[in-house]
Design a protein around this ligand. Sequence first.
Ligand code: ADP
Ligand code: MG
Length: 636
Amino acid sequence: MRSEGPIIGIDLGTTNSLVAVSDVGGPRVLPDEHGGRMVPSVVRYDAGRVVVGPRAKAELADYPWTTIASVKRLMGRSAADVRADQPYTAYRVVPGERGTARMAVPGVKGDRLISPEEVSAEILRRLKAIAEANLGVPITRAVVTVPAYFDDAQRQATRTAARLAGLEAVRLVPEPTAAALAYGLGLPKGGNGRVSHVAVYDLGGGTFDISVLRLTPGEGDEPFFFQVLAVGGDTHLGGDDMDHRITEALRGEVARWLGLPEGANELPEATGRQIAAQAEGVKIRLSDAESAAVRIEIGSRLFERVITRAEFEAWVAPLVERTIECCRRAMAGAERALADAPLDAVVLVGGATRMPLVRRRVAEFFGIEPYTALNPDEVVALGAAVQGQILSGARRDALLLDVLPLSLGIETAGGAVAKIIVRNSTVPAQATEMFSTQVDGQTSIRLTVFQGEREMAADCRKLGEFHLRGLPPMPAGVPQVEVKFLVDANGVLNVSAHERRSGRRAALQVVPNHGLTPEEVERIERESLTHAREDMARHRVVDLIANSELDLKWVGEGLARHRAALDPAYAAELDGMLADLRGFVDRARADWRSVEPESFAKAKEALDRASVRLQEVAIAASLRQPPTRGSVIGSG
Ligand code: ADP
Ligand code: MG
């Protein structure tokens, strides 16, 4: 090992830039001192001072002439090349040496000519400082990502920018390749190399890129060999265009609301600014929520409007269709090279791919569920960090797991974890279990996914949660929820839930092995051994409580309804058993240690057995279906 610090990974983006590192804990993004994980790629030149990142972005509208955004578009280009980009930038671009693009930034002593490399270097310097603050060592080397279509001049400019920032760019990696690497795609597993074909769909702030790659396991320092089978895209299509659609729609509405004769052109400038300032937030909120509210103050009047996701999707659908058209062309271009080989994966990259509409259309077009487990705006930086780790001498095969180090499961009612795939299972692994509800009329079920060996959710590591919604109200225990866990060959966990009676489905994707150190795995194992006996007893009691509650309810209700049809001695026997089991449940609820699990289970079984006759009477009365057995999951 060299004595130098780690090789960090940098995504130097058009809109946002990030820095990540990969070590024994797996790849992770390094946050700034405020916890921010992205540095907006925006630089402002004040007199004698440079402002980089969030503040420069926030104040862009106040300093349009001295703030440089999207400098990546100028890297390695001539002033003539970028003339077409001029309408997109407020700052002035002029020809410098040999016609190269320079920005003319007004200063106290007249215009100052600044090169794109210098601006990028400011961003890189900031990322270097963030990495050093996190890691506590000087950082001198980085893997920097570049678009797949960058030519020599653009790559050279990126290297120069790194050098100006005090970083050696030990490798420039194409962004789609980095994204694939973050998912471990193309890395050899279990000693066996395999060829994979991957499409990377990258929708950023102002650019769209689609790449089709072939990944072949590599040798030595090379994680894999990759071949670009096709690239495509649109250099002026991205999330910002979605913001503009919102702005345009709102400007029109506000103008009509104000009764302006000439429409949106007449809007006061301050109002236009307020609208524009809210557009991105609305778009981002609509990725999670079904609607988002807009409030615009115009003098003493307040314009209020709730935008639904459906409305927004109608506004931006043509933009999304343009990206799909690019995908169609790229796939056609790769057709011969693919020669009927199916795509192994589709990876989503770029903040704008958080939009549900984008995810839906991409899944439809490619016919496979895209990878979304890693944050789409972080995946490129994470992949660059993995490449950095490999280049600093880590073993490639040590980066990937072919067995699961920890069990995976979901939380059941009462807070226990039902393990679905147990530790040391070889990857790929798959398992399915049936669950049901605990409350009558439950229309939504929360599924929380955990990793770990302990029996209670509180002692395990939460990987994520999702909701199965829209269930028709049914009595507790009647819904049949099939929960499927699938860890694919790349270690990505897909959890899906399917309620059989209603056909409702929901799913979640996560990468379980990110961010766990070997020491943590060892500690988790050790703790699970220490607590094994107690944990198991507790799990048993918690499950007994949940399932007994259902029994008490069914039998209690059945008894109330059919008492007249029953032999009084039998009814009295059931009364006694109900009281007995109710006693166990109450005591266990107060303190799970106060009950003896064996006797608790016996009391429940006794009632189960004895109530068969009641069930027969009930069925004969063709009243209600028999209850579904198995664990129940919490209400959502
Ligand atoms: P780039 O690669 O161009 O630097 P990013 O990948 O960071 O860009 O993507 C930035 C874009 O993603 C912006 O337009 C931003 O508004 C958008 N974005 C970020 N988060 C979300 C979200 N939750 N929903 C929709 N769009 C989002
Ligand atoms: Mg990007």
